[in-house]
Design a protein. Structure first.
Length: 304
């Protein structure tokens, strides 16, 4: 059998304590499936995605322990595949809600000559950073083209992977992942003379809007949506201070104003309102099971 080559694969990383895939995650995954030959959902939960969903045919699940956050899932999956088969590898996680189709983003990315690109970049320097230059592609949406894929084994060799995979202290682990993986990866590629680019350039928006904080996905999420950014951070929704103290919260206005009707924003908002915050023990499974079967029939009709 001839070995497949030049495959475009998306690795979508989804951590869950529930056996149910949230509707907004389902929407995101199916949108990604339009732009890649394969979508692998890397998850810690063996019971998730077993039935009752309407994923495209090129979507499948891969299960592993949650070690080293997104980096750990990404690294451990790459260890079992032949990188030579792939012309493009995406590393995308579930920390965002999809507001709009990804056509504009993917068309821009595929038209560039960049080796490594993402949906938004940052120059923000955390206090624990070990880098003099902190420019990086934010790790929730990264695309590796052929030259970047070829450089990944060298990056992993230079990185002490076991330190990340075996770190048990949550705070230390988070700092390691941000410093060595998120910032370190972009800096490694730049030092290797690879071309790095971003769909949204944070410097331009900082000059335009002058936010108090540089993490634009939190401080300028409404403005980002107005600029054509198709994602909204879940943390923005879960923060209590951004809910209903002063009328309709801005995150909800953002979703309704800039969300694509194909993504069923009102259904996503309804689901989010049922789940008070991401870190709770709220049983999303119970929420879904309590919905009438008509709800699933309607969702299914969207993909037929």
């Amino acid at each position: 059998m001839t070995q497949k080559q030049n495959i475009k694969i998306c690795l979508f990383i989804h951590y869950s304590i529930s056996d149910i895939v949230p509707y907004y995650v389902e929407i995101y995954i199916n949108q990604l499936s339009v732009h890649f030959d394969e979508v692998k959902v890397l998850t810690n939960n063996k019971n998730i995605g077993l039935g009752g969903y309407f994923f495209k045919k090129n979507v499948c699940f891969w299960y592993n322990k949650n070690r080293g956050y997104d980096f750990g899932m990404f690294y451990q999956f790459l260890e079992i595949i032949d990188l030579n088969c792939y012309s493009q590898i995406a590393c995308i996680n579930d920390s965002n809600i999809l507001l709009n189709k990804l056509d504009k983003v993917m068309n821009w990315g595929n038209a560039t000559d960049s080796d490594f690109w993402g949906i938004i970049d940052s120059d923000e320097k955390p206090w624990f950073s070990s880098h003099s230059n902190n420019y990086h592609i934010q790790s929730h949406f990264m695309i590796f083209n052929k030259k970047a894929i070829e450089k990944l084994p060298g990056f992993f060799r230079d990185l002490n992977v076991s330190d990340i995979l075996n770190e048990k202290n949550i705070k230390k682990l988070r700092r390691l992942v941000i410093d060595k993986w998120e910032i370190g990866l972009s800096q490694y590629f730049l030092n290797e003379q690879l071309k790095v680019a971003s769909f949204i350039e944070s410097k331009q928006l900082i000059l335009k809007y002058q936010p108090k904080k540089q993490n634009l996905t939190h401080s300028l999420y409404y403005e980002l949506a107005a600029e054509g950014y198709p994602l909204l951070k879940k943390k923005v929704v879960w923060e209590k201070k951004k809910r209903f103290k002063n009328g309709t919260p801005l995150w909800m206005k953002t979703m309704r104003q800039f969300g694509n009707s194909d993504c069923e924003m009102n259904k996503i908002i309804d689901e989010l309102l049922q789940a008070p915050h991401m870190q709770s023990n709220y049983n999303l499974k119970q929420f879904v099971l309590n919905k009438k079967s008509l709800f699933y029939s309607f969702i299914q009709s969207l993909y037929n």
